[in-house]
Design a protein around this ligand. Sequence first.
Ligand code: SAM
Length: 234
Amino acid sequence: MIFDVLTLFPEMIENYCNFSIMKRASEANIISVNAINPRDFTLDKHKKVDDTPYGGGAGMVLMAQPYVDAYESIKKVENSVTVMLSPQGEPLSDDIVNEFANFDQMILLCGHYEGFDERIREIIKPREISLGDFVLTGGELPALCLIDAVSRKLEGTLGKIESADEDSFSNGLIEYPHYTKPRVYRGLSVPEVLLNGNHKDINEFRFQKSLERTKLKRPDLYAKWLKNQNQTTD
Ligand SMILES: C[S@@+](CC[C@H](N)C(=O)[O-])C[C@H]1O[C@@H](n2cnc3c(N)ncnc32)[C@H](O)[C@@H]1O
């Protein structure tokens, strides 16, 4: 998967992708992350990429020319999707992450300040994705969340040790609790069933905990899961 990220702060993207699992995935050629700075494409002699809004008001607006030119400079592969990070977009979910993991290239547009000149949307026609109903100062963190979440879904990114199969949302439920050594910590013991080596019992315990937690912490997901179960057994 190629991630081409349009950002005024390329170091933010490069630094994050240079650690831990993301770095390993790059070294294994599973992902390739390129940061492209629209400032390198501005025709303004002062290298300006933003200007005051027509109609007045606070903040600066990202100019269309540097973004559109930077976007058009990117070599597109056949199976490519362009995403604008925006609080006005579709909220990110595991389903959307799975969908993006089927592409070979993601072009990500990170905004800043007041956001994009509307003509960037009109010309590029990106899909718009939001991290949630709150406003961040820039699109780099949401872009990194997307890169990270999509990369985890690509074969080879996670070793067996970090498998995503049982992660929250993969089966419509949130994950069961985990324990590691020691067996007793501050008087709190690891549930006995996890120590007896009986995988049938362990799986059943984990499944029940998953159900219990989802019902308690995410009643919305639990209702959806129940509905799906009823549909498959009908
Ligand atoms: C301060 S925000 C602009 C907000 C814009 N004025 C609005 O009210 O919709 C600057 C940039 O941060 C990014 N951003 C902020 N919040 C976001 C969110 N919840 N999800 C995705 N991107 C976000 C977008 O790229 C946005 O262009």
